[in-house]
Structures are given as C-alpha cells and as structure tokens.
Design a protein around this ligand. Structure first.
Ligand code: PEP
Ligand code: MG
Length: 576
C-alpha cells in the first residue's frame, strides 16, 4: 500500500525512482575473546590498518573544499595517541579482537563527544564515527562504498548526508535524495540546490522504513514523499514531470529577458555562487548578476589562506564574465558551522553566536585586509560591490569602512587600479541590524537580507536542527515585519534592499516579497528560470495587497494561509 510522508523541502523539484539506501551499515565484528597467542597478530593488523589509512588519506585527491576539510579532520583524529592507545589496551588487556577494539573505542569516544553541549565537539563525534567506519573497512580489507560510484539512477535515501558527501553526488545517477535529519538551510541543502537535485530533509525514520528497490515519488515542490504509489499516482506525477520539463525548455528560451511583473515593476534576479563554476551555471540560467558570492567556499578549497593575488584572479574572472552586471562579493563568513582545514578554531559553546564572520575578520586583521585589497582590485575589472556579513552595529560598519579606506590608500600608493567609489553594503541578517536599519541604511550603499540567519536569530532556532525545523519559518510574523522594516529603512535612505537567503527562492512567497518591497532576489541558479517566469505572471499591486494583509497577521500559519489563498486566486484568474 502506498504511504505518504511529509518532509522539509531542501531543494525544489519533482522526481521519482527506485530507492537506494545510503546507510552507515554495521560491519560484522568478531565478538569472541582472543587467545593469548592471537594478541600480537591483532596488534599488528590494527597498526597496519592505521598506517594504510593514513597513507590513503594523504594521497587522496580532493576535488572540493568540503572533502578537503573532512580529510584534514580524519588525519587529525587518526593521529590522536589516545585513540591508538585505547585500541591497543582493549586488544592487550581486554582480549578483544582488533575490529571489536576499534569499534568499541570509536563508539565510546563518539558517544562521549555527542553527549556534550558544544556543537563543535558534537560534530567531532560524527567525524569519529566516519573515520572509525573507514578504518574498519581498511582493517577488514573491504572496499569503502562511495557515492560517486552509483551505477544506475536512483533516489538516495540517507540518514544524514554530510556536505562533503553531497558534493560527491553524481547528478546523472542521483535523481533526488532524502535525509532523516537536517534542515532546509543547512549547507547540504544549499549544495543540493546548487546541483539542482530535488531533496527532502527531516524525514525522521524514512531510511529505516523503506527498502532498496522500493519505488518513491519525491515531490520536493509540495514537501511530500509517496512510497510505492499506485499506478494512477505514478501516472499523475509523470505527467507533472513532463509538463515541468516542457516548461523548463520554454523558460530557457525566455530566461535572458528581464523579469518584469504584469504591471511593469522590474525585479532584479541574481544568482548566489560559491565559485566560478556556479557563476557559469548561473549566467546560463539567466542571472542578471551575482547577489551573493560566498567567498568562504574559496577559502575552504585551499590548504592555506588565499593570497591577495589568488583571490584577485578569481574575483576578476567573475567580474569580467559578468560583463557589467553586478558582482556582490561577501567578505569571509567563516565560523559558525563553517571551518577551515588549516586553521584551528577555538571551541565555543555556541559557534553560531560566536566568533564568526566580521568578528573573526576584525581579530584576524591581516586576513581581512588581504581580502579587502583583492576585492578592491577586482573592482577595476567590473561592477563589483563589497558586502559585509553578520553586522550587528554601526561601529562595526564604520570600522570595516575605515579599513576599506585605508586599504584603498595603500593600493593607490602601490599604483594599483580600483573603483574609488565601490559600493559597500551589508547583509541584514541579525535582529540588531534590523533594529538599527535606519542608521545603517544611511551609512552604507545597499542591504541584502539573509533570511537563513535572520530567521535563525530572530526565532532563536538553529537553522540546521530538524527538531526545531518547524519553528524555523521565514513566514513567522516577526520575520515578515523585520523584512518590511529593513526594506522601508533602505528605501527611505535611497538605497536598494535585496534578499539572498533561502526565502528569496521560495516561489510561493514571491508575491509577498515583491509586495514587501524587496528590490532584488538572489537565488541558486536552478531556481532562476521559474522565478523569472513567475514574476511575469504576478502584479506588484497584488503583492502589495498581500503584504499589507500579512503585516496585519500575528501567526505563522495565518500568513502562510494568506499566501496560499492568494496563490489560488492568481491560478484561478489565469485559468479563467
Ligand atoms: C543567510 O544567512 O540568509 C545567507 C544568505 O547567508 P549564509 O546562508 O551564507 O549564512
Ligand atoms: Mg548568513
């Protein structure tokens, strides 16, 4: 019998296919006690497995920043003398087999870490399990299963997919994926959006409830999953997919046109990128500029802080490829859940409230100033804007601007070209920035609303934690009013207010966002054609009416209902 389940949309799209479960399966372990004469052999086997694994890690080719950071984390863990000693002791003193000693040690150490409050240490627990599994495969001489070796198209059903695993996904064979844990704005979800793979997360126990070979419809347009649907349901979904495909072809023909509402209001549609590859895809999808370049991705790709020239090479190429369209380069937003393999971040009880983004940059001034110079120099080659993340006060903005001016002076002395009036803007992503929006708007050149963090901080809900995913809604009246406050402050000061958080790519929310006055939407490339199409079918007038209504409501569900009702009205009008 067909079973329907609901999940959190991580990446839009409708797809169907055969289930392939990607579980971190238990590997068979020898459980009887060792005889004395076996101990030496087991010690030798475990030492050999450690050194083979270390060699493999060092020789491993890394093709993405996240794979690189995972490798570094594993090298650090495997070199921990406490781990090796504990395994040895279990073999020598407790007479456990090598695989059992390793498995037990890893489980105990991971569980101890995972029980801690500190999210950074909890993450290390996951790293321990990951590394332990790889070591066990090594010890047993078994091949490590890899995601990029899937041989036929499937829907991947996982307990949890690490960002590094998501970057390995082979688009040809992964039609979509689900994960039991995770939130809509986690970095795994952002990678799925960039790859254009439909995904649902927060599926609770799905990976334990389906079997390989089950057939599922993954409807990441409506947040629903259907397990073993009947023929009629499959037929219906297939038709929807065909309509969707025809739409994509039609939209691709119109993608280069500007996005103008039916009553003549122009909305800038831009792309969010993490590097030059994303930019190419974005331009092909019809982006009219880059609203957010997450430069931390560039830092994560390397094994050192990128030099001024290394950064300039990338920023310049992006600026030139955009041929006069805007390139918004956000300064380094590291910390929180993003780390660098070559930098020892301190352990913090609350990393998202800690040493992140500008706070890190102010303390690590040389790193920040190097990036400022690279961005300034890139501004000689195109329409570059500089954007500061995680601003909470005017003093921070003033300090960053002072540093920008000082770096301009240095570049001028060195005879380097740059745009002396490069626009400097801020992400509006903290409640403090919204409350100070009036003053901030007079002190900078543009705003861009980061709804992922803004929602997280206004509602005090971790953006990556599926237990509170139900609360992490940008439709919450407090978030909607904050957006309005930011937009109004920007407009009163005569500057533009865009949006680059995940809410900007929510097609259903589009009329509301336009009605609230958001000037530009910056989204993953895969969303652009549909977003432009939808803009052409709505009016600013309807959007304003909806925004007015939403601003008068005081519950998330009421606002969502208003948005849905208005969508139905528009559809009915289109059909009549
Ligand atoms: C946001 O917070 O909405 C945003 C766009 O920035 P990031 O997702 O990189 O934190
Ligand atoms: Mg943010």
């Amino acid at each position: 019998m067909a079973k329907r389940m609901r999940g959190i949309i991580a990446s839009y799209g409708l797809t169907m296919g055969i289930v392939k479960r990607w579980l971190h399966e238990d590997i068979p372990i020898r459980t009887d006690w060792l005889r004395d004469e076996e101990v030496a052999g087991e010690l030798k086997a475990i030492d050999a497995a450690f050194s083979r694994y270390r060699e493999k890690l060092s020789a491993k080719e890394v093709t993405s920043p996240l794979m690189q950071s995972l490798r570094e984390a594993h090298i650090e863990l495997i070199s921990d003398p406490f781990l090796i000693d504990s395994v040895h002791k279990r073999i020598q003193e407790e007479k456990m087999s090598a695989d059992r000693a390793l498995d037990t040690t890893i489980r105990i150490m991971a569980a101890q870490l995972e029980a801690l409050e500190d999210p950074y240490l909890r993450e290390r627990g996951t790293d321990y399990r990951d590394m332990g599994r790889s070591l066990l495969y090594e010890l047993k001489g078994l091949p490590v299963p890899r995601l990029d070796h899937l041989s036929s198209p499937c829907i991947l059903v996982t307990e949890e997919l690490a960002p590094s695993e998501a970057t390995e996904l082979d688009k040809a064979n992964v039609l979509g994926f689900t994960s039991d844990r995770g939130g809509a704005t986690s970095h795994t979800s952002i990678i799925a959006q960039t790859l254009g793979i439909p995904a649902l997360v927060g599926m609770k126990r799905l990976s334990r409830e389906v079997n390989d070979g089950d057939f599922i419809i993954l409807d990441a347009e409506n947040g629903e999953l259907i397990i073993n649907p009947d023929v009629d349901t499959i037929q219906e979904a297939r038709q929807k997919m065909e309509v969707g495909r025809a739409e994509t072809v039609r939209l691709s023909l119109e993608k280069a046109e500007k996005a103008v509402t039916a009553d003549g209001h122009v909305v800038d549609v831009m792309v969010n990128i993490g590097g030059l590859d994303d930019l190419t895809v974005g331009i092909l999808a019809g982006a009219e500029g880059v609203g957010l370049f997450r430069t931390e991705m560039l830092y994560m790709e390397l094994d050192h802080f990128p030099t001024e020239d290394e950064q300039l090479a990338v920023y310049r190429q992006a600026a030139e490829a955009l041929q006069g369209n805007v390139l918004t380069i956000r300064t380094l937003d590291i910390g929180g859940d993003k780390r660098l393999p070559y930098y020892a971040f301190p352990r913090e009880a609350n990393p998202f409230l800690g040493w992140r983004a500008l706070r890190f940059c102010f303390d690590e001034e040389i790193i920040f100033r190097t990036q400022l110079r690279a961005i300034l120099r890139a501004s000689a080659y195109g329409n570059v804007r500089l954007m500061l993340p995680m601003v909470v006060g005017l003093d921070e903005l003033a300090r960053a601007k002072r540093m920008i001016e000082e770096e301009k002076e240095k570049l001028a002395e060195r005879g380097r070209a740059f745009n002396p009036s490069i626009p400097v803007g801020i992400m509006l992503e903290t409640p403090a920035a919204v409350m100070l929006a009036e003053e901030l708007a007079h002190a900078c050149d543009f705003f861009s609303i980061g709804t992922n963090d803004l929602t997280q901080y206004i509602l005090a809900t971790d953006r990556g934690n599926n237990r509170v995913a139900g609360l992490h809604s940008p439709y919450h009246p407090a978030v909607i009013r904050a957006i309005k406050q930011g937009v109004d402050a920007a407009h009163r000061a005569g500057i533009s207010c865009g949006m680059c958080g995940g809410f900007a790519g929510n097609l259903r929310a589009l009329p509301l966002l336009i009605g609230l006055g958001v000037d530009a939407l910056s989204v993953p490339a895969s969303v652009i054609p549909k977003l432009k199409e939808k803009i052409r079918h709505i009016t600013l007038k309807e959007g304003r009416r909806l925004a007015k209504q939403a601003l008068g409501l005081s519950a998330t569900a009421e606002i969502m209902q208003a948005v849905i009702s208005q969508e139905q009205d528009i559809r009915q009008k289109g059909e009549s």
